[in-house]
Design a protein around this ligand. Sequence first.
Ligand code: 2AM
Length: 192
Amino acid sequence: MRLFFAVPFGEETLDRLCAAQELLRARANRGRFSPRENLHLTLAFLGELPPSRLDALDRAVKSIPFPPFEAKFDRLGCFRRPGGSIWWAGLRPTPQLLAIQRSLSDALQREGFSLEDRRFVPHVTLARQVEPDHLFPDGVPALRFSAPVGSIVLMESRREGPMMRYFPLLTRHAVPPGTQPSHITPKERNSR
Ligand code: 2AM
C-alpha cells in the first residue's frame, strides 16, 4: 500500500483553496487540477509498505504531542517542471507546524520507518502540469488565510485510471493542552 500522513482541512479552508485554483484555471492553457477531496498537506511520505506495518504507524502517530493549532497559508507558488509547473498553496513554517512535522518524523524513525531526507516545504498541491510557465506576468496573486489543524490522517493513495484517490486509514485527533489524550483509556488514566 502506498501511504502518507497528511493534514486534512475543513470545508471553509477547502473553499479558499478551490478559489485559489480558480485563479490558476483562469490563466492556464492546460493543467491537472487536484479534486477538492484530494486537497491536503503532506507531513510525511512513507511510500510502499505492507499492511503489517499499520500497527507501528498507529503507535507512532499516537505517541506525539499534538495540540490543535492554526496553519497559516501565506503564498501561491510553483515548482517548475518540464511538462508543466506544479502550483501550490504554501504555508508559513510556523513553530507549531514545524514541531508537528518534526515529532511525527522522529516517531516514525523510532518505529523503524525510513523517510526521505528532503527539506519540508509545507504546501498543498493545487494543480500539476500547468502551462504556460509564466501564468502571472504582472505578479502572483497574494494568498493569506489561517486554517485550523485538528487532525492528522494516514492516507492510502491508489491510482484509479488517470485519477489518484486517497483513502483515510487512521485518524489522530489533536488534544487541547491540559486535557488527557483521547487515546488513553479511563483504565490507563487511573493507573497513572
Ligand atoms: P505533492 O503534492 O507535492 O506531490 C501523495 O502523493 C502525497 O505525498 C502528495 O501530497 C505528495 O506531494 C506527497 N509526496 C511527498 N514525497 C513524495 C514522493 N517521493 N513521491 C510521491 N509523493 C510524495
